[in-house]
Design a protein around this ligand. Sequence first.
Ligand code: NAP
Length: 207
Amino acid sequence: MKIGILGGTGRMGRGLAASYARRGHAICLGSRSADQAGTVASGIEGEVRGGSLVDAARDSDLLVLAVPFGAAEETVRTLADVLADTIVVDITNPFGAITPGRIAAVEVHANAVPTARWVAAYKTTFWKTLDQPVNSAGVTRDVLVCCDDRQAGKTVMDLIASTGFHPVDCGSLENARVVDLMVPLMLELDERYHCECASGWNFLAAH
Ligand SMILES: NC(=O)c1ccc[n+]([C@@H]2O[C@H](COP(=O)([O-])OP(=O)(O)OC[C@H]3O[C@@H](n4cnc5c(N)ncnc54)[C@H](OP(=O)(O)O)[C@@H]3O)[C@@H](O)[C@H]2O)c1
């Protein structure tokens, strides 16, 4: 697949790019500075190039939205024309910038660009763990996924599974309101239990 990453020079963007490139996908890191993205891309193994935000969005089969929440709505509004029918994986965490529990970050962005195919994922995945899908105790890490477009969700879950993580189908985009709220608690627990940004939420299925 051709995968674009908006905010591809960041911690999550770089980690996801490396992980996807290892599975043979062609990656474009999108940045406000194409030069900076090119420099970052040259440090990642595989078919990884850098470009502008438009470069990353155009011609991608799948796009990851990995800019800070505060910049995300404007970023996707600016790119609205090229996002139509594109699967957009929203990984942004709002951290209380919107009324907690009343609307999810992904719903804000889906309302802004309803023609894109929105999937929320990786909200509870720390950047440091992106190259450790199995933790030190041998437990495969879950990635929580919310979507209304089931076909888009399946594509994203298959991609997540291909990188060694366990995708958990959390249902509708509306359920991402709950996932957004799980993140600040995860940060608090991570600090209390001295996990150094290596913790996460796992669902124990009853089988
Ligand atoms: N850190 C985590 O463990 C983690 C886990 C799950 C989800 N998330 C979410 O993932 C997203 C990225 O987090 P991160 O930790 O990777 O952040 P980061 O390291 O700060 O990277 C964010 C990237 O976004 C771009 N950016 C910054 N301000 C921007 C703006 N005003 N407009 C457009 N692009 C801008 C920057 O790229 P350029 O300067 O090259 O344009 C930067 O490299 C956030 O929404 C965060 O909530 C983070």
